[in-house]
Design a protein around this ligand. Structure first.
Ligand SMILES: CC(C)(COP(=O)(O)OP(=O)(O)OC[C@H]1O[C@@H](n2cnc3c(N)ncnc32)[C@H](O)[C@@H]1OP(=O)(O)O)[C@@H](O)C(=O)NCCC(=O)NCCS
Length: 224
């Protein structure tokens, strides 16, 4: 059994978090060797840097007890998704579009196209009738990833406990999250941690990958 401890995120964990993000970035699987997205810095801008920079108190890492600098997993998120979306658009969205058009377009065309698809999603009005109800009842959201080779050892469950406790302290009534229908590890993990399926939507999860739906899970939190 590998020993680990969960602690609040610190800037020295950044490279480790980026590594895990990439190693789990293809709908839960490793991005290495796929030629699906090669601009690692941009990947970080899109999927995790906002939280680490603007909501570090909502971020936790699992560190190896044997190698205390080694990050084995992380959880990041926000207590108020409406506010997070607004701030993300004001901060990282601009950085992402700039890097994508000035650097990525030429250096990493595969990342350029993927980023355009993602940013088109963020340009829509995300506050629909459905999401307004979701964000009212389950205003917090999370993203969780554990390094390949260290999954299935209880790290994810402990990261969840730390994040849920933090959300309870902020009086969030509930948490939601989105995953891909083909990510069986994640589907089992969320059900096991008492999240329930809330909705399912068609949509392009990754360009060129068909038949994958996007599943929203929710969990109500008991007040602290
Ligand atoms: C999903 C994830 C965060 C769970 O964290 P974890 O540390 O592996 O999970 P835990 O060890 O705490 O919990 C184990 C449970 O999760 C599921 N699970 C985790 N890893 C699994 C694997 N490799 N195969 C099958 N099920 C797995 C199972 O339900 C398992 O319970 P069981 O052994 O009783 O069946 C982790 O597997 C992961 O990072 N996966 C890749 C990235 C990802 O998909 N992130 C979520 C994106 S929405």
């Amino acid at each position: 059994m590998d020993e680990f401890r969960i602690i609040p995120y610190q800037p020295s964990h950044l490279d480790g978090v980026h590594e895990i993000l990439f190693r789990t970035g293809y709908m839960g699987e490793d991005l290495i060797g796929r030629n699906a997205f090669n601009d690692r810095r941009l990947f970080g801008y899109i999927f995790c840097d906002y939280y680490l920079r603007f909501e570090p108190g909502n971020c936790f890492t699992a560190l190896s007890s044997d190698m205390p600098e080694r990050v084995l997993g992380y959880i990041i998120g926000a207590g108020d998704t409406r506010a997070q979306l607004y701030r993300f658009k004001k901060t990282y969205a601009r950085k992402i579009v700039l890097r994508n058009s000035l650097i990525t377009r030429l250096a990493n065309p595969e990342s350029f196209l993927m980023t355009k698809t993602i940013m088109a999603y963020f340009r829509q009005d995300l506050l629909t009738a459905e999401t307004s109800i979701l964000y009212r009842d389950y205003p917090a959201h999370l993203h969780i990833n554990v390094l390949p080779g260290f999954q299935g050892k209880g790290i994810g469950a402990e990261l969840m406990t730390a994040f849920e406790e933090r959300m309870r302290m902020q009086s969030a009534p509930g948490i939601h999250l989105i995953t891909a229908s083909l990510n069986e590890k994640a589907l089992r993990f969320y059900l096991k941690n008492n999240y329930r399926r809330y909705s399912e939507e068609e949509g392009d999860f990754w360009p060129g990958v068909t038949g994958v739906t996007s599943i929203t899970f929710v969990k109500a939190l008991k007040p602290a």
